[in-house]
Ligand binder design. Structure first.
Ligand code: BT5
Length: 243
């Protein structure tokens, strides 16, 4: 545990609940695992775990998340007031909040690739992994900051921002964006659309099956609507390649 760094970050936190409390570690397997453990013990919404490095950072579908020192590896316990069939909107909200925070610090546009990759130009600078428990969700946010390029996948980018500031701004952005659910879901989806690098593009989505078409919109649950030769297809999960 790094209590001094936790105290330093907490003293700058602009949030009401997110990051309170904040547990900071030098190195963990995955911050999502620790946050899940805390949630299972009854930790309140907003409880967060930050690590300076991860030894088993993961993405969706068990893919690895490169987590060398320098990057931000943060997980937050959520206790959503939404019905579980709408929890896919959590990732959308976290992506919008994180992108807006990262953009304000980086001074460069951050766009979103469906469902919730953060892109700088065409390169991935951050990713989000929401994992659901029985009565809670854990939102894992990874942002590359001050990471030497040779420690990242070739198509990744890194932001030159300081960790304390980044954590404070991300927690603020995410708290704000999640507060829009469910009352202003339309406003949240509008923010996602404005940042989208996917809509209007011809894409291929690999999920349960492979579908190609023009990404027309996202619907009220955050699903991607693809115009294909056979009509509009609704895709709930998958990986998008921009063509
Ligand atoms: C994601 O998965 O983008 C979600 C990443 C979530 C990471 C955070 S860190 C804190 C918390 N604790 C965890 O263990 N996880 C969360 P996905 O869409 O499946 O993307 C994974 C793919 O992104 C990999 O297959 C690589 O191609 C690429 N990738 C891996 N590490 C990367 C990195 N550091 N930067 C950019 N791309 C990366």
């Amino acid at each position: 545990m790094l209590p001094d760094l936790a105290a330093e970050i907490t003293s700058h936190l602009p949030t009401a609940r997110f990051g309170r409390p904040l547990h900071v570690y030098e190195r963990v397997t995955s911050t999502n695992d620790l946050a899940k453990g805390l949630a299972e013990e009854g930790a309140p919404e907003g409880t967060a775990v930050l690590a300076l490095a991860q030894t088993a950072g993961r993405g969706r579908l068990g893919r690895p998340w490169a987590s060398p020192r320098g990057g931000m590896y943060l997980s937050v316990v959520l206790r959503p007031a939404l019905p579980t069939d709408r929890w896919s909107l959590l990732g959308i909200a976290i992506a919008v909040g994180s992108a807006s925070a990262a953009e304000s610090l980086a001074g460069m546009p951050i766009t979103l690739k469906w469902p919730n990759d953060l892109l700088l130009d065409t390169r991935k600078v951050g990713g989000i992994l929401v994992e659901a428990g029985p009565t809670f969700a854990v939102a894992g946010i990874g942002i590359n900051a001050a990471v030497p390029p040779d420690l990242l996948p070739p198509d990744a980018a890194s932001l030159n921002v300081e960790l304390t500031t980044l954590v404070c701004e991300i927690l603020r952005g995410v708290e704000r964006a999640l507060a829009m659910l469910p009352a202003d879901t339309a406003g949240l989806l509008a923010q996602w659309r404005r940042r989208s690098a996917t809509l209007g593009r011809h894409v291929r989505v690999v999920g349960r099956e492979e579908v190609a078409g023009v990404a027309e919109d996202i619907d009220a649950d955050g699903a991607l609507l693809l115009r294909t030769a056979q009509g509009v297809r609704r895709v709930l999960a998958g990986d998008v390649s921009l063509r």
